[in-house]
Ligand binder design. Structure first.
Ligand SMILES: C[S@@+](CC[C@H](N)C(=O)[O-])C[C@H]1O[C@@H](n2cnc3c(N)ncnc32)[C@H](O)[C@@H]1O
Length: 382
């Protein structure tokens, strides 16, 4: 089977987790190469269906058209002009270039978009005698041009809007966690459906819901109702895609898992329950109104896996945050000594001091970019 080159975007700081997931889903013999917020790999064309249907930590999957170094804007034009676009855009289709630029350059991302757009039109006119239409609002085909320092990457978006927008969220918590980050944290916690998974500050329920979808092996792409960018690419085989989606859905279970989401506020729990219903996993999550600093008062059983996104302190005073972190960690190590804890916070110093005080051992800290804010994921033993 012919191999294609791909790259995928994910959360910065979670590239290795995403690479591991992609390798597992595609059964690749080699681990994808890690970049900054991206991974690179080769695989069959069908990877487009499989990853868009099944991946939990990947944001967008691109067919790689070009990856190389450049010195000037002219080099970017020439690299894009050398490529043939007839396999990825039909003559009657429109396209758009989306450009992103990081680093010091004497040109803007708009200049990159204009040059690459011109190169695509020139290449297509030369090989087909057709001048392609540009449509910036609703293009049939979206081509991404990424410029970082002296690296130029060009790829076709096979996904459309990022996969972290799962489509089941009907209630949005004001401090909601990205679904892809929640899924990565669950992988890092080693959650496989065995034991009791607890999110003691669950807000809109992202972590318990992702935990339930993962345990049941529900393909996250199934919530999109077929809205993928690859479906408008000339080589897309809609029947093949539907067959693979059906197969992934058949492998999903309706089994009950032991998952608890807790929060102090009833309104958030009601929202979380609505999200869980929308994701079809309300029957395997118990939502409990309670206080994370007094876990033993609300739980009959000790959790084996705790994955949590506590408040960071944006709305909290520092002293209040320390009290919350200390209270939660002490209550957890009393109730479930030895259990695995994976926690995300931007208040890393406060968390480390609280962990030390409560005798919680930090095994690993990784820095990730959550939206536009750097945060730390701590992997700990309570
Ligand atoms: C950052 S939000 C969690 C957002 C959630 N991960 C989501 O995606 O929707 C933190 C949550 O902790 C809850 N919380 C704060 N203190 C708490 C406590 N002592 N016990 C339980 N929940 C608490 C807040 O009500 C808030 O919903």
């Amino acid at each position: 089977m012919e191999e294609k080159a791909f790259f995928a975007t994910t959360v910065m700081g979670l590239e290795d987790v995403c690479a591991g997931e992609v390798q597992r889903i595609l059964g690749l013999s080699e681990r994808p190469e890690l970049g900054r917020g991206r991974i690179f790999f080769r695989g069959p064309l069908e990877a487009i269906y499989e990853l868009n249907i099944r991946a939990r930590t990947l944001h967008k999957l691109f067919l790689l058209l070009h990856r190389g170094r450049f010195e000037s804007l002219r080099d970017i034009y020439l690299a894009a002009r050398r490529l043939d676009y007839t396999d990825i855009i039909r003559p009657d289709q429109s396209f758009a270039i989306r450009a992103e630029r990081v680093g010091q350059h004497d040109f803007t991302s708009m200049d990159v978009a204009a040059q690459v757009g011109q190169a695509v039109i020139d290449s297509y006119t030369a090989s087909r005698g057709v001048r392609l239409k540009v449509n910036l609002d609703e293009p049939d085909v979206e081509i991404y041009a990424f410029v970082r320092d002296d690296e130029f990457l060009l790829g076709v978006n096979t996904t459309g809007p990022s996969l972290h927008k799962r489509g089941y969220r009907v209630f949005k918590h004001p401090a909601a966690l990205r679904t892809s980050v929640a899924a990565a944290m669950l992988y890092l916690a080693g959650w496989d459906g065995r034991g009791l998974l607890l999110d003691p500050m669950c807000g809109g329920g992202t972590i318990p819901i992702e935990g339930a979808l993962m345990a049941r092996r529900v393909p996250p792409g199934s919530f999109r109702r077929g809205e993928f960018a690859f479906l408008s690419l000339p080589f897309a085989d809609e029947e093949e895609f539907s067959r693979r989606l059906e197969e992934a859905l058949r492998a999903a279970s309706k089994d009950r898992f032991n998952i608890i989401g807790m929060d102090k506020f009833r309104a958030y729990l009601d929202g979380a329950a609505r999200n869980a219903r929308s994701a079809g996993v309300e029957d395997t999550i118990t939502f409990v109104q309670g206080d994370a600093t007094r876990l033993a008062d609300y739980l009959a059983e000790a959790p084996t896996h705790v994955v949590v996104n506590p408040p960071y302190g944006v709305r909290f005073k520092l002293r209040g945050l320390m009290r919350l972190y200390k209270g939660f960690l002490s209550s957890l190590s009393d109730l479930a000594p030895g259990c695995r804890l994976v926690l995300i916070t931007a208040a890393k110093g406060t968390f480390r001091r609280a962990a030390e005080g409560a005798g919680v051992e930090v095994l690993e800290e990784r820095r990730i970019l959550h939206g536009d804010m750097w945060a730390s994921i701590f992997i700990c033993r309570a």
